[in-house]
Design a protein around this ligand. Structure first.
Ligand SMILES: NC(=O)C1=CN([C@@H]2O[C@H](COP(=O)(O)OP(=O)(O)OC[C@H]3O[C@@H](n4cnc5c(N)ncnc54)[C@H](O)[C@@H]3O)[C@@H](O)[C@H]2O)C=CC1
Ligand SMILES: O=C(O)C(=O)COP(=O)(O)O
Length: 387
């Protein structure tokens, strides 16, 4: 029996995939797996029974990835599963910034009792007039699952789209419309575009990337959209830019006390992935990843360990070892199995930066003390025997 704990509500359609071998627990210390959305795990104690954390979503800046790797806890996310939900809200954000739809709706609400509403509307409406998206230049920073959808869709609205992503994956590059201009530097995109939207992860490299220096290169009256993370934008510099009018509008999915209520800021309460479809997609993918890891030892879509997939576990025993990526680990593993007279039927070893993962199928039952013997090898972080 495996136990899982949900730190945020996870869509039922995903949880239903856990069959009879699984039970939900309220006690995170007992859990084999944790499912999470945006709850911060940085200050949490992580119990010894915890083997996997699945982020039902994309961003993993709420999870201490290195601490987890060091404790032999594999962290997964669900790439692309909520990308369409975010793309649609980005489009809404662009439209809200182009026309004063919010101001107009608020005005109607304030005058709902006025018997002359229809008549005064026609006098007042010029106060809420705007511009169109067609023909405007859009810059997309980060062409991953979300960025590529935003960029391609914007071309269908008649926008002239510039994309910047020095680390673009081959898969994503194949999906990108040929109509998108390749910005070779981010400065080029800053100088050209009327709308700029950011779709990069929050990392030490991207933190504060939109600051007064970046804004000074942009066109006056630029619209900036941030559906990625608050920390990517220096809020003090953004408030100054909105007050001075150098940025016309800042649309963000991340409310903070600094930005909420500032004129020109459209602040949404982190709704990018909050659609039925995205929540279902993320939950299904996250639970499938956890099941495959717990039952077969396969790692697919990890963000702190290498992916490694030997397919479903067969009749024999599968031994899995999370370890440091250092010399002579495989030599020690195979020697240990040879000493136990165990024959390796199938084996895979993958590494990612400082960490590595080895899976070995042996066609026999293994002695009870094998876990301790593997565990005593220096550099080994977690061993599992899946019978
Ligand atoms: N508002 C919301 O509800 C949601 C927000 N997000 C945020 O959006 C981010 C992006 O999500 P996805 O597109 O699904 O992730 P992704 O991993 O598919 O794409 C990220 C892209 O950013 C690129 N990149 C990394 N550093 C860069 C840099 N310095 N300059 C330019 N490009 C860079 C990568 O090469 C990659 O192509 C997530 O990390 C998360 O923080 C994601 C989903 C929902
Ligand atoms: O997937 C992401 O990175 C998101 O920001 C979505 O967060 P949420 O699952 O809506 O709390």
């Amino acid at each position: 029996m495996y136990e899982y704990h949900c730190l945020n509500p996870i869509a039922e359609i995903g949880l239903e995939q856990f069959g009879e071998k699984y039970a939900a627990t309220e006690n995170i210390d007992e859990a084999d797996a944790v499912l999470v959305r945006s709850a911060s795990m940085h200050d949490m104690e992580l119990g010894d029974s915890l083997k996997a954390i699945a982020r039902a979503g994309a961003g993993v800046n709420n999870i201490p990835l290195d601490k987890c790797a060091e404790k032999g806890i594999v962290v997964f996310n669900t790439p692309g599963a909520n990308a369409n939900g975010v793309k649609e809200l980005v489009l809404a954000g662009m439209l809200l910034s182009a026309r004063d739809i919010i101001g107009g709706i608020n005005w109607v609400e304030e005058h709902e009792e006025d018997g002359d509403l229809a008549k005064i509307t026609e006098k007042k409406k010029k106060a809420f007039a705007g511009t169109e998206l067609e023909g405007k230049k859009l810059g997309v920073i980060g062409l991953g699952a979300i960025g590529v959808l935003v960029a391609n869709t914007a071309t269908h609205l008649g926008m002239d789209v510039y994309g910047y992503d020095p680390y673009i994956s081959v898969d994503t590059a194949w999906k990108l419309s040929r109509n998108i201009h390749h910005a070779k530097t981010v400065d080029e995109l800053y100088k050209e575009c009327d709308y700029i939207t950011i779709h990069v992860p929050a990392t030490p490299d991207t933190k504060g990337m939109i600051d007064k220096g970046a804004i000074s290169l942009m066109k006056k009256n630029v619209v900036i959209l941030n559906f990625a993370r608050d920390v990517l934008v220096n809020s003090e510099d953004m408030v100054d830019a909105l007050v001075s009018g150098s940025v016309k509008c800042y649309v963000t999915d991340f409310p903070t006390p600094e930005i909420a209520g500032v004129k020109g800021a459209i602040v949404i309460p982190h709704l990018g992935a909050s659609t039925e479809e995205s929540e279902d997609n993320c939950a299904r993918m996250a639970v499938a990843e956890v099941i495959d890891y717990l039952e077969n030892g396969n790692i697919v879509h990890s963000v702190n360990y290498p992916d490694c997939d030997m397919g479903p576990k067969g009749e024999g025993t599968r031994i899995t070892v999370l370890h440091h990526n250092i010399p002579n680990m495989l030599g020690q593993f195979t020697t240990l199995l040879a000493e136990e007279n165990l024959n390796i039927a199938l084996m895979s070893n993958k590494s990612r930066n400082e960490y590595a993962y080895t899976m070995m199928d042996v066609d026999a039952n293994v002695p009870a003390d094998l876990i301790e013997k593997f565990g005593s090898i220096e550099g080994v972080l977690k061993v599992r025997i899946i019978q």
